[in-house]
Design a protein around this ligand. Structure first.
Ligand SMILES: [Zn+2]
Length: 403
């Protein structure tokens, strides 16, 4: 038995009475338990044509999904069992439904605007939880998008009637439909007065004014055409609030107007890069200076000058510069750790030290974890998991006693 769909003729019907035709455990779903309910009539919209299902209640049961099957039945997935044959009151979540009606009707108007102005056909439509998009056959310029949005909003603000009627396939063939209908038999046509005529099974507002506003939040090239993201009515208002808050916070930090933001951020990024370069150069100079102290504190072990320390407040580049500067001293073998844990490490060796830096690093990593690599004269790594004291003692032992 097919379900009578109340939303076909009255999209504003939010409550209704129905008879429970069947209620069966939902075999497809796991825990928590859910049931599949079929009614004689319903106002619940099942996921189809790019529009998501309605939520709400059937008696005391919550409706958590709605689908339709190939036999024309609407199946409600609910969280509690209902009794077959009982009368039940259905209530749909009107906020969710109305929001979908705004997006869906807005899509008809926006698609028609692209079609009428630029003969750019809508290939598909997606109405998601946060965003809506249409895929257009061809690419669009910014000027064309702006013109289509202007045209679509003109139609919204003229508050034109949006009507529904049913026609046979033969009758439809003689009508100027925006898109070839995909289905056979009786067709449901949705008409935006003097602007758009499409076959559609979705829910729409009764007049275009109900869409509120249509805005395009972005577009990109997609499969040879373009994908246009848009928002209507309550979603456009919510997005405005989100962007207003984000923009206000950013402007407050940067003391810039919206028009100056992009250039201002670009300038700050350039300044930051230049500062980083200066800082790196200063750190390297400082490292060379500090390396003299390291050499002074080193201990002789035969021909070898053993230098092992944990150095606070230096990044990998600073550690490396300092170790390399220390290893310029004849016979020096320097192992420097960062002071934090897990630690960075650099091993730098003068040829006369007769120590393989890469092999030494490998031995440290084998013992303390982390990763890294290098050559016989210079190796570096990170992620060594031990305290500075432990690392320094182990590294000293490696250089004085060997592996
Ligand atoms: Zn529609």
């Amino acid at each position: 038995m097919t379900t009578e769909r109340l939303y076909y003729t009255d999209a504003y019907r939010a409550t209704f009475d129905a008879r429970v035709v069947t209620c069966a455990p939902n075999a497809a779903s796991g825990a928590p338990a859910s049931y599949l309910v079929e009614l004689d009539v319903t106002a619940f919209y099942p996921t189809s044509g790019g529009q998501p299902f309605d939520t709400g209640t059937l008696g005391d049961a919550r409706v958590i999904d709605v689908t339709d099957d190939e036999d024309g039945r609407v199946l409600h997935v609910v969280d509690a069992s209902l009794t077959t044959g009982d009368r039940v009151t259905g209530t749909i979540d009107w906020h969710r439904r109305f929001e979908h009606m705004q997006q869906h009707t807005g899509q008809h108007v926006l698609s028609a605007a692209f079609d009428r102005l630029y003969a750019n056909r809508t290939e598909s439509f997606h109405l998601g939880a946060d965003s809506c998009s249409i895929d257009l056959a061809r690419e669009m310029s910014a000027r064309e998008v702006a013109a289509a949005v202007d045209e679509a909003n003109r139609v919204v603000w003229e508050d034109r009637p949006v009507t529904v009627r049913f026609v046979s396939a033969e009758e439809a063939a003689a009508l100027p439909l925006r898109k070839e209908p995909a289905r056979q038999g009786m067709l449901r046509l949705v008409e935006v007065a003097d602007f758009d005529l499409s076959a559609c099974g979705g829910t729409h507002v009764a007049r275009t004014g109900g869409i509120g506003i249509i805005v395009v939040s972005g577009w990109e090239k997609f499969r040879g055409g373009s994908r246009v993201q848009f928002l209507c009515g309550v979603r456009a208002r919510r997005r405005f609030d989100l962007w207003r808050d984000a923009l206000a916070a950013t402007m407050k930090h940067l003391s810039l107007s919206p028009e100056e933001l992009a250039a201002g951020i670009e300038r700050l990024q350039a300044e930051s890069k230049s500062l980083q370069r200066s800082l790196r150069a200063a750190n390297e100079k400082l490292a060379v200076h500090e390396a003299r102290g390291l050499v002074g504190r080193g201990t002789r072990f035969g021909q070898r000058l053993v230098i092992v320390e944990a150095v606070p407040d230096l990044d990998a580049a600073g550690l490396k510069a300092m170790a390399v500067a220390a290893a310029a001293e004849p016979g020096a073998a320097a192992i420097l750790f960062s002071a934090q844990s897990p630690a960075l490490v650099v091993v730098a060796c003068h040829t006369a030290a007769e120590v393989d830096a890469a092999a030494t690093l490998k031995a440290l990593i084998a013992r303390f974890g982390g990763k890294g690599g290098g050559k016989p004269d210079l190796a570096q790594g990170g992620g060594l998991d031990a305290s500075s004291d432990t690392l320094v003692a182990a590294a000293r032992k490696l250089l004085e006693v060997g592996f």
